[in-house]
Design a protein around this ligand. Structure first.
Ligand code: PEP
Ligand code: MG
Length: 538
C-alpha cells in the first residue's frame, strides 16, 4: 500500500510501524468472578507501572536533571498510597468489577477530590492521579508504554504529536515520524530534523497499520506499507547509498566554513536540551546558536527550579568546552503550552501572551532563569537572547532585570561572567526598527520561522497553508538584507537561527547578504558546510 504525504525531513527508514496512542483509555465495566485473582492482576500492573516510572526517572535524570525527573518519583509514591490502593481493592471485592474499571473510577474520584482543594499544589496533583491511573490501565490492557518499549526501533505513526509528548519519547527507538496532521514548521517537525530522521506529515494511514512492515521515503513524501520484495530491495540499496553519502560528509569534519573565495562564516547548531549536545559535537558545530530553553519547561511537571536549570545550562556549556552557547530565554505560548502556567485560552495564541511578554509580566519566573544562566556562564561562554521582541523598551526592561540579577549574585558572592546580549528578530516590527535595536544589543539572530508567519500572515501551524507558505518570499529576503545592514551599522553581528538557515539553495545568497552566522539543526551542519565551501561571494 502506497500513501502520500508531505516530507519534513529527507532520508529512508525501513522497519516496523507502531501506532502511537495518546494516553486516554476507554474503560469498560465488567463483572468478574474471582476478586482475589483480579486484585492480584491489579497489584502486578501497579508494580510494573512503578518499574516503568523508575526507568523514566533515570532517563529524565540524565536528560533534564533532578527537578525535571522528580515527578516520576512522586508518581511512584502515589502508586503506593494506601488510600488509593484500598479504594481500588475494595471496589474489586465488594462490587466484583474488573481492575481496569476500579482503577479508572478511583482515579476519577481522587482526581476530582484534588481538583476541589484550595491549595494550588494539591490541585495540580489531580492530573497526576489521572496520569498514574492511565498508566496502570494501559498495562492492564496489555499495551506497551507508548507502543515503544519492545526494544526494536520503529517507524512511529501518530495523529499529531505535541512538543510535550515528543520530548518523552525514547528517541533511540524512533526510525521515523509519520503524522496524520501537523505542519512542516511545527516544533515536532523541527525535532525530527534535530534527530536527523525522515519525517512525513499529512499521511492518512490506516489505523490497523500497527506492527505492519513499512518504508518511509522522506524524499518523495511516501509511506509504503507491506512493500513487496522488489521494492524493499530497491530501498535497501538506496538506504545504503545514503549511508555512503553521510560517510562522505563526515570527511568535512574539522574543515573550515569558508567559501571558494575565502569568506568565512560561523556555523552553529540548534538544540532543545542537554541530550542534543552529543549530536552537536558529533557533527562538528562551532557552537550552539539557539538553545530552545523552553524544552526544560515542557519536560517538567512544574516550574523548573533555578538549580535544575543551572545544572542543565552548566552541563551544556561544559560539554561545549569553551565554544559559544547562545541560550534563548523561555519562549512558550502558541503551540508550546505548559500546563502549570495555567494560561487562559486565547483567540490568537500565535499573537498572544507568549515568550518575552510572559517573562516581562512574570518577572519572578524570568529572573529565576536569568540567575541560572548567569551562574552557568562562569563555566564557559554563554550568550543570551530574547524571543519575540517588538520594541526597544522591552530590551531596556530586560537589561534592568539583568542588572538586578547581577547585583544579587554579587551580593551573594556567586561568580559569573558578562554575557553577550542579543535578540531574536522574528517580528516585522523588530525588522523595521532594527537600526534602533542594534544600539541596545550585541547581536541579532533572525527567527525566520516566526518572521515568515508574521510577515506573510500565514499560520506556521496550519497544514492547509503549507502550499503557500513561501520561505523564499521576496518580502522575507528583503527583510533579511535590511536586518544585516542595520545590524552591522550598529555594531552587531547578525545570524539566522530559523529553519531557513539550513536551506542550502540559499547558502550562497546568505553569504552575499553578509550574514556572520548560521545556526541549523545538528544533522544539517555538514551539509551546510559543504554548501558554504562550494559558494563564491564575489
Ligand atoms: C523562529 O521563529 O524562527 C525560531 C527559531 O524560533 P522557534 O521556531 O522556536 O519559534
Ligand atoms: Mg520563533
Amino acid at each position: 500500500m502506497l500513501l502520500e504525504g508531505k516530507s519534513v525531513f529527507g532520508g529512508i527508514a525501513i522497519g516496523r510501524l507502531s501506532v502511537y496512542h495518546k494516553k486516554e483509555n476507554q474503560v469498560k465495566r465488567s463483572k468478574i468472578s474471582d476478586p482475589a485473582a483480579e486484585t492480584a492482576r491489579f497489584t502486578e500492573a501497579k508494580e510494573k507501572a512503578k518499574e516503568q516510572l523508575s526507568a523514566l526517572y533515570e532517563k529524565a535524570l540524565k536528560e533534564v536533571g533532578e527537578t525535571g525527573a522528580m515527578i516520576f518519583e512522586v508518581h511512584q509514591m502515589m502508586l503506593d498510597d494506601l488510600d488509593y490502593i484500598e479504594s481500588i481493592t475494595n471496589m474489586i471485592e465488594t462490587q466484583q468489577v474488573n481492575a481496569e474499571f476500579a482503577v479508572a473510577a478511583t482515579g476519577d474520584n481522587f482526581s476530582a477530590m484534588f481538583a476541589a482543594m484550595e491549595d494550588d499544589y494539591m490541585r495540580e496533583r489531580a492530573a497526576d492521579v489521572k496520569d498514574i491511573s492511565n498508566r496502570v490501565i494501559s498495562i492492564l490492557h496489555g499495551e506497551e508504554q507508548g507502543g515503544l518499549s519492545n526494544g526494536e526501533p520503529v517507524i512511529l505513526l501518530a495523529e499529531d504529536l505535541a512538543p510535550s509528548e515528543t520530548v518523552l519519547l525514547d528517541k533511540s527507538k524512533v526510525l521515523s515520524f509519520v503524522t496524520r496532521f501537523g505542519s512542516t514548521n511545527s516544533h515536532t517537525a523541527i525535532l525530527a530534523r534535530t534527530m536527523n530522521i525522515p519525517a512525513l506529515i499529512g499521511v492518512d494511514f490506516p489505523n490497523d497499520a500497527d506492527m505492519a512492515f513499512g518504508i518511509v521515503d522522506g524524499y518523495a513524501g511516501k509511506l509504503i506499507i507491506n512493500p513487496d520484495e522488489t521494492v524493499l530491495a530497491e530501498y535497501r540499496v538506496r538506504q545504503e547509498e545514503e549511508e555512503n553519502k553521510k560517510r562522505l560528509l563526515q570527511e568535512l569534519k574539522g574543515k573550515e566554513n569558508i567559501t571558494l573565495d575565502g569568506k568565512k562564516i560561523n556555523l552553529y547548531a540548534n538544540i532543545g536540551g542537554v541530550a542534543d549536545v552529543a549530536n552537536v559535537l558529533a557533527n562538528d558545530a562551532g557552537g550552539i546558536g539557539l538553545f530552545r530553553s523552553e524544552f526544560l519547561y515542557l519536560e517538567s511537571e512544574d516550574y523548573p527550579t533555578e538549580e535544575a536549570q543551572f545544572t542543565a545550562y552548566k552541563t551544556v556549556v561544559e560539554n561545549m568546552a569553551g565554544k559559544k552557547v547562545i541560550i534563548r530565554t523561555l519562549d512558550i505560548g502558541a503551540d508550546k503550552q505548559v500546563s502549570y502556567f495555567n494560561m487562559e485560552k486565547e483567540e490568537n495564541p500565535a499573537m498572544g501572551y507568549r515568550a518575552i511578554r510572559i517573562c516581562l509580566d512574570r518577572t519572578d519566573i524570568f529572573k529565576t532563569q536569568l540567575r541560572a544562566i548567569y551562574r552557568a556562564s562562569y563555566y564557559g561562554t554563554i550568550s543570551i537572547m530574547f524571543p519575540m521582541i517588538i520594541s526597544t523598551s522591552e530590551v531596556k526592561k530586560i537589561k534592568e532585570l539583568i542588572a538586578e540579577v547581577k547585583a544579587e549574585l554579587d551580593s551573594e558572592g556567586i561568580p559569573y561572567k558578562n554575557c553577550e546580549i542579543g535578540i531574536m528578530i522574528e517580528t516585522p516590527a523588530a525588522v523595521m526598527i532594527s537600526d534602533l535595536l542594534a544600539e541596545e544589543v550585541d547581536f541579532f539572530s533572525i527567527g525566520t520561522n516566526d518572521l515568515t508567519q508574521y510577515t506573510l500572515a500565514l499560520d506556521r501551524q496550519n497544514p492547509k497553508l503549507d502550499g503557500i507558505y513561501d520561505a523564499h518570499h521576496e518580502a522575507v529576503l528583503r527583510m533579511l538584507q535590511m536586518v544585516v545592514d542595520n545590524g552591522h551599522k550598529g555594531g552587531c553581528w547578525v545570524g539566522i537561527c530559523g529553519e531557513l538557515g539550513a536551506d542550502i539553495s540559499l547558502t550562497e545568497t546568505f553569504l552575499k547578504m553578509g550574514f556572520d552566522e548560521l545556526s541549523v539543526s545538528p544533522s544539517m551542519i555538514l551539509k551546510v558546510r559543504e554548501a558554504i565551501r562550494n559558494s563564491r561571494v564575489s
